[in-house]
Design a protein around this ligand. Structure first.
Ligand code: AHG
Ligand code: MN
Ligand code: MN
Length: 361
């Protein structure tokens, strides 16, 4: 078979780097190590029941969630693929309570890597798409200069500080979707060569959509602005929106993010009243921030409902947050609903199709 002319991930990174002649190459090497971890995880996922990778591990992570075998395997693969290269000062993961230091036998670098090694764990055993999410930050300059031990505080940087972010999706095809701050680019794993190839350059999310994603079993815990938004979508053509909506819920955020990148849509896992100790379901540093950067780089928007998610100053490594992302106009509408005064009762007639709040559009 002739070698395809498609750009490989390696070539893409080298060509990007040519625009910064002073760059050391560390960053490119780091992304290639992340890609290697994702390829290894993709292989494990693909073996399924043949590979002794399904089922529960019998342990819980720092968030009290039961770990699946693949959560632990994928975490191990991320750590192994990234600890040796000399590009990282430390790592942090959903599956590790504390930041993970670089072993003493390896050189240390200037970046921090934060990851959710396996997103959508509940879908592993039912053969539905799962993925990995990653975020690259700079280590504080004083830590790089002095070689001091990295602490949790060093990771608590707002999403605007991310140098790169992305995800791998282990679906019918394995894809790597990456932003280094110059748009969002999608690569498909060529199973013959084991190389990621650029198949989706400069992905843009449509500003408008008629598709939303939310776990409706939480409806009774939603705050009024979310309830209003969903009610209006459900009301469809004869409601205030004047158009019908479609709904999806995969329960792998990474797969929902990918669908939204491909055809638009909006995803909500908002803050709710289900458990006062958890302000949202998803984690800020390794779920909301990297997906938020990808969304914004693709012309979409990511928000807590109240403010851009990338602007949030983190206060914990495993901090949870309400998250809304996707098509820009829809996210802006949800933010507007959060700003408007709380509307009284759930069944308030003002929400009806002839309400005071009926939209012009
Ligand atoms: P993880 O598997 O890394 O713990 O994350 C799962 C997340 C996210 O992918 C998904 O959107 C959400 O949890 C699903 O939550 P529900 O089970 O409430 O639907
Ligand atoms: Mn996750
Ligand atoms: Mn996970």
């Amino acid at each position: 078979m002739p070698l395809s002319r498609r750009t490989t991930l390696t070539q893409f990174l080298i060509e990007e780097r040519r625009r910064f002649p002073e760059a050391s190459g560390d960053f490119n090497a780091l992304i290639l190590d992340v890609a290697m971890a994702c390829k290894a995880i993709a292989r494990s996922v693909a073996f399924g029941a043949l590979g002794d990778v399904l089922g529960a591990q019998g342990s819980t992570n720092v968030q009290g969630e039961a770990q699946q075998k693949l959560d632990v395997i994928a975490n191990h693969m991320f750590v192994r693929a990234n600890e040796w290269g000399g590009h990282l000062a430390a790592m942090a993961s959903e599956e590790m309570d504390e930041p993970c230091a670089i072993p003493a036998e390896y050189p240390r670098g200037k970046y921090l890597l934060v990851f959710d090694p396996l997103d959508g764990s509940s879908n592993i055993d039912v053969n539905v798409s799962v993925g990995s999410i990653f975020s690259v930050l700079r280590a504080p300059a004083d830590a790089v200069a002095s070689g001091r031990e990295l602490t949790t505080a060093d990771f608590l940087q707002p999403g605007t500080q991310q140098v790169a972010a992305g995800y791998a999706l282990y679906g019918p095809t394995t894809m790597l979707v990456l932003t280094v701050g110059t748009g969002v680019h999608g690569f498909t794993l060529d199973p013959n060569l084991g190389e990621f190839k650029l198949t989706h350059p400069s992905i843009r999310i449509p500003d408008d959509t008629q598709e939303f994603a939310i776990n409706a079993s939480n409806a009774r815990f939603w705050e009024p602005p979310v309830k209003r938004y969903v009610d209006e979508c459900l009301a469809g053509r004869t409601g205030p929106r004047g158009k019908d909506f479609n709904m999806r819920w995969i329960a792998s955020m990474v797969a929902e993010a990918h669908r939204i990148l491909m055809r638009g849509g909006v995803f909500l896992y908002p803050r709710d009243t289900k458990d006062a100790s958890k302000p949202g379901r998803l984690r800020l540093l390794y779920e909301a921030n990297p997906i938020g950067m990808v969304m914004e780089q693709a012309g979409g928007r990511a928000s807590t409902g109240r403010e851009p998610v990338l602007a949030v100053q983190p206060d914990g490594l495993h901090q949870r947050i309400g998250l809304v992302f996707g098509s820009k106009h829809e996210v802006e509408r949800i933010e507007r609903y959060h700003r408007e005064p709380a509307m009284v009762k759930d069944d308030n007639p003002l929400f009806a199709s002839r309400s005071l709040f009926r939209d012009a559009a």
